[in-house]
Design a protein around this ligand. Structure first.
Ligand code: ATP
Ligand code: NMN
Ligand code: ZN
Length: 274
């Protein structure tokens, strides 16, 4: 029987995955080891949620390809999977909403589980009031805790004006939790220290130091492809084959959205194109 004070965790990674790389997959493994090492958590699942085309990031190729590549990359994992809900929405979805959606799915799954498990069904549901920010929202302790998983560059992007709503950051970190993997060029501890808001919720931010620093980035992979260089061993072979088969990533695809303002800036400033 699992100890009462071990919390089940589901990790959710949001991003472009343009394309997915080995480092995206490593993030999950590193995060799971770190959380489980504390003795407080058991990581039961990892979800990759590729952003929709409406994000309008420069060089972002169609979601159907990014989702399929992420599926191929996670085929061999018994705990990481891909979810296409976010990418199939007609417009770009704020990350806080994506987190909310997945938490809702976990609650529904737990309720269905209760319905078929009569022992569990008879049991008094352990529901406690969530005291977060005085919200009346309830947390069911049987539902795993959902944490957003990201690299330190995403954490530092919280400081870019008009990119994130402050209340969204508070919700993601204060209500759910964040696991942040170090990335060279970023100093998440310093960033948290310098932000009063992040400092307030620092206990919900798990900074995971990656000692085997790995500079793989999707930008590097796309650049190598444009130059006809090998990308083998930077991403799983089935993803390499998929890219070759569909002739993805060219000088032309890198110009996609070049004149378009990134969706969050459009939404928060009213700007549409440059
Ligand atoms: N090498 C890495 N180390 C730590 N985190 C990473 C690394 N590569 C990607 N991530 C994280 O993975 C998530 C998805 O990132 P994203 O799809 O932007 O990949 P990327 O490699 O940064 O791509 P791009 O170069 O196009 O920005 C983000 O949270 C990002 O911080
Ligand atoms: N305000 C927001 O919710 C907000 C702002 C910027 C990026 N994001 C998300 O962060 C991720 C960043 O991905 P990239 O690092 O590939 O740009 C994406 O999933 C994107 O949707 C969310
Ligand atoms: Zn990135």
């Amino acid at each position: 029987m699992e100890g009462r004070d071990i919390t089940k965790v589901v990790l959710l990674a949001c991003g472009s995955f343009n394309p997915i790389t080995n480092m995206h997959l490593r993030m999950f493994e590193i995060a799971r080891d770190h959380l489980e090492d504390t003795g407080r958590y058991r990581v039961v699942r990892g979800i990759i949620s590729p952003v929709g085309d409406g994000y309008k990031k420069k060089g972002l190729i169609e979601a159907c390809h990014r989702v399929e590549m992420a599926r191929l990359a996670t085929d061999s994992s018994d705990w990481i999977s891909v979810d296409s809900w976010e990418s199939s929405q007609p417009e770009w979805v704020e990350t806080a909403k994506v987190v909310r959606h997945h938490y809702g799915e976990l609650v529904t799954a737990e309720q269905n589980n209760d319905d078929v498990d009569t022992v569990k069904y008879a049991k008094k549901r352990r529901i406690e009031d969530n005291t977060f920010e005085g919200s009346s929202h309830q947390i069911n302790r049987d539902v795993p805790q959902l944490m957003l998983l990201c690299g330190a560059d995403v954490l530092e992007s919280f400081g870019i004006p008009n990119l994130w709503k402050q209340e969204d950051i508070v919700e993601i970190i204060g209500r759910y939790g964040l696991v942040c993997i170090t990335r060279s060029g970023n100093d998440p501890h310093k960033f948290i220290h310098q932000s009063d808001m992040l400092w307030k919720y620092r206990k919900n931010i798990h900074v995971v130091h990656e000692w085997v620093t790995n500079e793989i980035s999707a930008t590097h992979v796309r650049r190598a492809l444009r130059r006809g260089r090998s990308i083998r061993y930077l991403l799983p072979d089935p993803v390499v084959w998929y890219i070759q088969e569909h002739n993805l990533y060219s000088a032309e695809s890198e110009q996609k959205n070049a004149d378009v303002v990134l969706a969050p800036f459009q939404r928060y400033t009213g700007a549409s194109s440059s």
